[in-house]
Design a protein around this ligand. Sequence first.
Ligand code: ADP
Length: 270
Amino acid sequence: GVHGVRLDSGAGTPAGPIALVLQDVTEARRVEAVRRDFVANVGHELKTPVGALALLAEAIEGAADDPEAVQRFAARIAHEADRLGRLVRELIDLSRLQGGEPLPELVPVDVDRVLGEAVDRTRTAARAKELEIVVGGQPGLVVRGVEGQLVTAVTNLLANAVAYSTGKSRVAVAARARSGFAEIAVTDSGIGIPRADRHRVFERFYRVDQSRASSTGGTGLGLAIVKHVASNHGGSVTVWSEEGLGSTFTLRIPLAGPAENPAAESSASA
Ligand code: ADP
């Protein structure tokens, strides 16, 4: 990348080309450092469940004559394997989304279907916490996109809304048309995100509180995936949050043409 290069020392002087080369080297170093950090992070994230599995295997061996303990350890092994499986799946998703593969063709995608599928995928987790997921907003919107990616993105937002909610509250997901985009908002009345962390939550492996996140089984990759889905679609994702009050994540995805969006027409200029 040569962005950020300024050739204001004037054409004809060697400063231009040399600056360009230096900039390229710096950029290459930066990319390399990011890659190294990423690999180190992945290694660290894998170490925890693998270590837990090894300990649990040992514990099971030592508890052979206590069937109840064996049951308990087996359940924890299943839990750790689950976590490991999710981490690997999310890593694969992320590497695909990060441009390892060309984006599949963008086609008209029904937003109601995306929301419905994402709600289906989070229903079990919501029920376990006695949370209600409410779907609202404007029906009938159609965006240009890749359905699977959009379902993944909304599912990740809903899963977080559920994971970081407390008590018997509600999680809402609603879509509306605004300035050529479908805005899909996922709102919870959960713990919220401290101001200092708010701009970092979309980074890979970033978690507000390690201990809190590990108890919810989070990988720290969910929002990085959402961000990539948004940018692959020419859209964006933003967060509003207040500690102790809750959070709203808003995903904006370009609407398909007006012909596909009769429902959006009335409010398109709102
Ligand atoms: P994780 O798998 O840990 O949930 P994410 O990338 O999805 O990873 O989110 C990153 C961090 O942002 C989470 O660990 C959590 O601290 C914070 N976060 C995400 N969504 C919410 C939410 N709805 N309410 C409160 N905190 C959230």
